[in-house]
Design a protein around this ligand. Structure first.
Ligand code: SF4
Ligand code: SF4
Length: 204
């Protein structure tokens, strides 16, 4: 009985010693590997997965991982190509796009893909503090002027600065466009009323 207990104790001792040795060897191996660092490689780089050991953390923001060109981060609206159709605002699941439109009274040209422009946008705001970066707005945009960019680092101290304004009209220009549209509507209504009156007078 005593002999058997002694044998069990010896086996337990060697098992524990072996396990301790394996743990220490693993720790020591990691300590040695930590002398090397993984280079900040683009995911498209053929060596991206080649470096399997060493430190993987970067000294951000002094070092950054290259972001792919098709990264889906901060939105941008190329307002010259926007036809102010409102589709992006309608599909946005969090209502973070606010658009105000006013009809043009003159020819305002075309977008770069040849789509006729008929509206101005006195307001085209995107609240990127609310945006969930789903990308739906970019998929419905008929002129592809609304895109997601690779800019992912744009913190602000004041949350109001997360609202991005894309209108190309100054407040004065916006007021002017609204006034021109209202004047034109008034003139059209007046002409219609006069034509109606003239038509009624002609009747026997
Ligand atoms: S990416 Fe999604 S949440 Fe952000 S503005 Fe576009 S539709 Fe809205
Ligand atoms: S969907 Fe495109 S064209 Fe239409 S309002 Fe939005 S950004 Fe402009």
């Amino acid at each position: 009985m005593g002999k058997e207990t002694g044998s069990l104790q010896r086996r337990g001792f060697w098992r524990n010693a072996q396990s301790l040795w394996q743990g220490m060897a693993l720790t020591f191996r990691h300590m040695l590997q930590a002398r090397r660092r993984r280079a900040p490689l683009d995911i498209a780089d053929p060596n991206y997965f080649a470096h399997q050991t060493g430190l993987v953390t970067l000294k951000y923001p002094y070092e950054t991982l290259p972001v792919p060109e098709n990264g889906r981060y901060r939105l941008h609206n190329e307002i010259d190509d926007c036809i102010v159709c409102d589709l992006c605002a309608k599909i946005c699941p969090v209502d973070c796009i606010t658009i105000e439109s006013v009809k043009a009274t003159e020819d305002i040209g075309e977008t770069s893909d040849g789509t006729k422009k008929r509206l101005f946008a006195p307001m085209f705001d995107i609240d990127l503090a609310k945006c969930c970066y789903c990308g739906l707005c970019t998929t419905v945009c008929p002129t592809d002027c609304l895109t997601m960019t690779k800019v992912y680092d744009f913190p602000e101290v004041d949350i109001k600065n997360m609202i991005y304004h894309f209108t190309d009209l100054s407040p004065e220009q916006a007021e002017e466009k609204k006034r021109l549209w209202a004047d034109q509507q008034e003139a059209v209504a007046k002409a219609k009323a006069e034509a109606l009156k003239a038509g009624q007078q002609k009747k026997p």
